[in-house]
Design a protein around this ligand. Structure first.
Ligand code: FAD
Ligand code: NAI
Length: 475
């Protein structure tokens, strides 16, 4: 039997793969997408980590928990009170599952509409751009294409002394599905997942302790922003232990006993649940047969050049399984760029302007370089900052925490980085992304008329502050 032939086969149906598939099909290419993910209902589900156990379900749970937290903590400030506020975790998780199903099902519909052929099962790249698909029933099938896009994403890193058991020690998927609020939740890793999912359960009433090995909090973020965010998390009672190295975990009496060492010595604490969120690794095991010409780096990521080409004829890599930040929007942009390159168009992703957002309360976002990176690189810079406490809209919303920090080149005024912590900064950051994509300056932002009263006035004022001419604060 001859192989089923396509113009493009994509292995992986997450935001890298499914977006690449839709774009390739839009461009008239005969496209297939092979994905192995099985949803909570035991059926194949497109959308990868992002839609099934990542971006979307975590934001659904963040929103539910925020509503409860506001009802029990901040509505009183507005003169609103409600007696007997209660949580039904089952309903909350059910709502999240419904949203996930709506969006994963939506991708199936988009595939149908765009004539992308889906294959449910494991894809393995063979030499000469052939793909072996092992379906969930164990049957195999061979496909071939002129171009293959590897978009296999990432999986959580497991610690040898705290292996996931799905009951007491969980990964992100487990921590999105607790049946009730754990009384004591331990989290290993104060990274993005630890902070977001730690916040969810803290807001719902858990006592949350986050144990982080590094001495600095959120080392990837600008230090001023990280400091301010930490202060707010401390106020919320999110206990974050820095410089604490975990070495052992033990399950006894239906509790996880976690041991770590910090500057004060060794400590063991008992938790009802333990979330391990110490980073993710590229999902590239059992993906490549011998002789494909595709190479992996020391972290198991597919090696690609600046155009996402692996160096093997017609084989490309996008998203979490290649270098660069592990973010859904970065994966999607790479998927689009590669589909366009395959179709003979120019395709490019500027990794320097990929925005980062942490959906905590307050939110944290940034684009470009941090002050500490610029210092280390010896780049001359100037800074403007502005606090949300001086922004009328933020105060009216009862969300005065946080600030905007604009960093521009000391000589050319070109924007080098914009960092924010505060309400809705997940949305505000895009003004900075657009400005930086257009090679804008702090002066450009400063000269743009911003609507009053909005949170975006903090961006305007911070840009003015770069030249010491902010209006609503002393310069
Ligand atoms: P994935 O989404 O991981 O998809 C890869 C797909 O390929 C999966 O379905 C996998 O099963 C499948 N696959 C793997 N190997 C094979 C194979 N050999 N054959 C067939 N199928 C295969 N990013 C953001 O930008 N914003 C957020 O708010 C955000 N929140 C997150 C929250 C959590 C809890 C987590 C865990 C991640 C979050 N991320 C977020 C990161 C984001 O989910 C990833 O960056 C994104 O999903 C990467 O997309 P991808 O397509 O590269 O891979
Ligand atoms: P992370 O890399 O963000 O954070 C992991 C943290 O664990 C780091 O601070 C690290 O120092 C710490 N750590 C590592 N080993 C440790 C150990 N043995 N003991 C204690 N601490 C240890 O990884 P995380 O949170 O697992 O998330 C993975 C990725 O998923 C993120 O980097 C991000 O790319 C993506 N993501 C993005 C989100 C967003 O965009 N809002 C939300 C959630 C995840």
């Amino acid at each position: 039997m001859s192989d089923q032939q396509f113009d493009v086969i994509i292995i992986g149906g997450g935001p890298g793969g499914y977006v690449a598939a839709i774009r390739a099909a839009q461009l008239g290419l005969k496209t297939a997408c092979v994905d192995a993910f099985i949803g909570k209902d035991g059926k194949p589900a497109l959308g990868g980590t992002c839609l099934n156990v990542g971006c979307i379900p975590s934001k659904a749970m963040l929103d539910s928990s925020k509503q409860f937290h506001n009802l029990t903590h901040t509505f009183n400030d507005h003169g609103i009170s409600a007696d007997n506020a209660a949580i039904d975790v089952g309903v909350m998780v059910g709502r999240k599952d419904k949203i996930v199903k709506q969006f994963t099902g939506g991708i199936s519909m988009l595939f149908k509409g765009n004539k992308v052929t889906p294959y449910a099962g494991w894809g393995k790249l063979l030499p000469n751009r052939r793909v072996e698909v092992t379906a969930h029933d164990g049957s195999t099938q061979l496909l071939a294409a002129t171009n293959i896009i590897l978009a296999t994403g990432s999986v959580p890193i497991e610690l040898p002394f705290a292996k996931f058991d799905g009951e007491y020690i969980v990964d992100n998927a487990g921590a999105l599905d607790f049946a009730s609020v754990p009384k004591r939740l331990g989290v290993i890793g104060a990274g993005v997942i630890g902070l977001e999912l730690g916040s969810v359960w803290k807001r719902l009433g858990a006592e949350v302790t986050v144990v982080e090995a590094m001495p600095d909090f959120l080392a990837a973020a600008d230090a001023d922003v990280a400091k301010l965010a930490k202060r707010e998390f401390d106020k919320q009672g999110l206990k974050i232990l820095l410089g604490a190295k975990c070495s052992k975990s033990e399950i006894k009496n239906a509790e996880v006993h976690l041991t770590w060492t910090d500057k004060d010595g060794e400590k063991t604490q008992a938790f009802d649940k333990l979330l391990v969120a110490v980073g993710r690794r590229a999902c590239t095991q059992k993906l490549l047969a011998d002789g494909t010409g595709v190479a992996l780096d020391e972290r198991g990521r597919i090696i690609v050049d600046e155009h996402n080409w692996t160096g093997a004829e017609g084989v490309w890599g996008v998203g979490d399984c290649v270098r660069g930040p592990m973010l859904a929007h970065k994966a999607s942009e790479e998927g689009i760029a590669v589909a366009e390159i395959i179709a003979g168009k120019p395709g490019h992703v500027n990794l320097d302007t990929v925005p980062w957002v942490i959906y905590t309360e307050p939110e944290v976002s940034w684009v470009g370089k941090t002050e500490q990176q610029l210092k280390a690189d010896g780049v001359p810079y100037k800074i403007g900052t502005f606090p949300f406490a001086a922004i009328g809209r933020a105060v009216a919303m009862n969300e005065p925490a946080g600030m905007v920090k604009v960093i521009a080149h000391a000589e050319t005024d070109r924007l080098l980085g914009v960092h924010m912590v505060g309400a809705c900064v997940s949305e505000l950051i895009h003004e900075a992304v657009v400005a930086m994509e257009f090679h804008g300056s702090a002066e450009d932002l400063a000269r743009i008329c911003h609507a009053h009263p909005t949170l975006s006035e903090a961006v305007h004022e911070a840009a003015l502050a770069v030249d010491k001419r902010a209006i609503h604060k002393a310069n």
